[in-house]
Each structure stands twice: as C-alpha cells, then as structure tokens.
Design a protein around this ligand. Structure first.
Ligand SMILES: Cc1cc2nc3c(=O)[nH]c(=O)nc-3n(C[C@H](O)[C@H](O)[C@H](O)COP(=O)(O)OP(=O)(O)OC[C@H]3O[C@@H](n4cnc5c(N)ncnc54)[C@H](O)[C@@H]3O)c2cc1C
Length: 233
C-alpha cells in the first residue's frame, strides 16, 4: 500500500483462478495493483464450476451464506445476481439418516446440544471431544456425523470446535442463511471473472487484473508472454 500511495503500482501474481484467486485478484486490482492471475485449467472458477444445464451438477459449492464473508464481498460489487433460500418443498424433503433409516427428525441426542446455542467453542479442542464432554457420546457422534455435510470433511469431529460449532448452528438457524444462486455457480464465476476483466481494462493504464482463460492466452491482452500450465478441462 505504501507503494500505491507513492504512485507506483505493485505487481501481484495470483496463482489459481478458483473463487479465492478471483477474489484476491479483484481485491488487489481494486487497491491499485497490477495483477496477473494464473490458472492451470482452461476455465476459471476451480471447484466453484458446475456442469452446464439442463441438469446442473456442482463440483463443490452450491450455496452462498448470507452471514458469510463471500456474500458481503459479492453484494458490495453487485455480483450475486438472483438467489433464494430453500423452497418449502425442499425443506419438507429433508431427511436424517440414523440407524440405517431415513427419518424426518434429527437424533434426540442433538436437541440439548442445539439448546446451548450461546456457548462459545474453543479453538484448541476438537469438536467431538468438546461436545462429548458436555453431552455424551451419542450427541457427539450425531453432531460430528451431521457436520460432514456442512464442512465437506470426512471426519469433522477431529476439527476445531471453534470451526465446526458455528456451522452446526447455521444448519439449524431459525432463519437459515443458505442462499441458492439462480442458474448455478457458473453464472457467479462468470460475473466475477467479467468483473476482473473490467478492472483490467479501466482505470490507470498500469492498474488492473488480467485473467488467463486459456493456456498461453491472457484477457484482455491476448498474446501476452505469460505462461499457464495446461491440463485438459
Ligand atoms: C463438496 C463441496 C461442497 C462445497 N459446498 C460449498 C457451499 O455450498 N458453499 C460454500 O461457500 N463453500 C462450499 N464449499 C467450499 C468451496 O468449494 C471452497 O471454499 C472454494 O471453492 C475454494 O476455492 P479456492 O479458490 O480456494 O480453491 P479451488 O476452487 O480448488 O481453486 C483452486 C484453483 O487453483 C488452480 N491451481 C492449482 N494449482 C495451480 C497452479 N500450480 N497453477 C495454476 N493454477 C493452479 C486450480 O486449477 C483451481 O482452479 C464446498 C466444497 C466442497 C468440496
């Protein structure tokens, strides 16, 4: 930032054009840096990509959380587009698998855990142990198994309680913050990439983000000598 104040734009290279890389590139460009974004694949977005329709399958994320940092950051730049919560019909279809059967209600052992919403979870205790010490093994197993869905981890019980606990509360929030982007995440990634390119094409000549969308090609300046590793995708 010191160099920006002095008038010289720092150069920043962001490796990886997934969601994090795109956000980093845009943020740096907005702060006045000259940004190169290197992406190994032919398409930007990384795990945030989805298949094209008519049936959309997401490689990873499918939900934006209204209480999360991505939401605020995207909303500030008007990049979210249309989004909505879980439709009532979808909520009615929710099932919990326990004892080998699908049930409408969560395990009873979870209820005292959820009743203690105001508790603060420690960073230096694992989630399973932290729940078990207060509520016993059945509650710890139920909570840890359930959080596999929200943390995308095979064994969330071993993760920090401070990381897992707010995510469990999110799942059972009275007004769930999960928002589904209409049309899927490809549109979101495309809007973000287009925004990055816009920054590359405007403002001071030495300021901006360049996004590599295909091996060896840079937008908005094709033919730039920067190299991208190519893998077929
Ligand atoms: C199953 C699943 C579901 C999820 N659901 C949600 C959800 O609903 N909501 C949510 O908010 N989050 C969700 N997440 C988390 C979310 O997917 C990640 O937080 C986010 O996509 C990670 O983005 P990233 O840019 O850090 O990494 P990635 O998306 O992995 O991107 C990394 C990029 O870097 C590129 N790269 C790697 N190495 C190099 C290199 N040497 N040179 C050039 N490029 C390179 C890769 O090709 C890739 O494009 C989910 C995750 C999973 C696994």
């Amino acid at each position: 930032m010191q160099r920006i104040r002095n008038g010289a734009s720092p150069r920043v290279t962001v490796v990886g054009g997934g969601f994090a890389g795109l956000v980093a590139a845009v943020t740096c460009a907005e702060a006045g840096a000259r940004v190169r974004l290197l992406e190994a694949h032919r398409t930007l977005g990384g795990r945030a990509r989805a298949t094209t329709g008519p049936y959309v399958a997401h490689d990873g994320p499918h939900v934006l959380y209204r209480d999360g940092p991505w939401w605020r950051w995207l909303a500030d730049r008007d990049l979210i587009g249309a989004a909505g919560g879980v439709p009532a019909a979808g909520l009615a279809g929710f099932r919990f698998r326990r004892g080998g059967r699908l049930r409408r209600t969560p395990p009873a052992a979870l209820l005292p855990v959820l009743a203690a919403r105001r508790r603060r979870a420690p960073v230096d205790a694992d989630f399973r142990t932290w729940i078990r010490d207060r509520h016993g093994d059945p509650a710890a197993d139920a909570a840890a198994n359930l959080m596999g869905v929200a943390t995308f981890d095979a064994d969330p019980g071993r993760l920090s309680a401070a990381f897992v606990w707010p995510r469990l509360l999110r799942v059972f929030a009275p007004n769930p913050p999960a928002q589904y982007v209409t049309g899927g995440w490809n549109g979101l990634v495309d809007r973000l990439a287009a925004h990055a390119r816009t920054l590359g094409g405007t403002g001071r000549p030495s300021t901006g983000a360049t996004a590599c969308t295909s091996p060896g090609t840079w937008s908005p300046r094709p033919g730039c000598s920067a190299r991208c590793r190519s893998t077929a995708r």
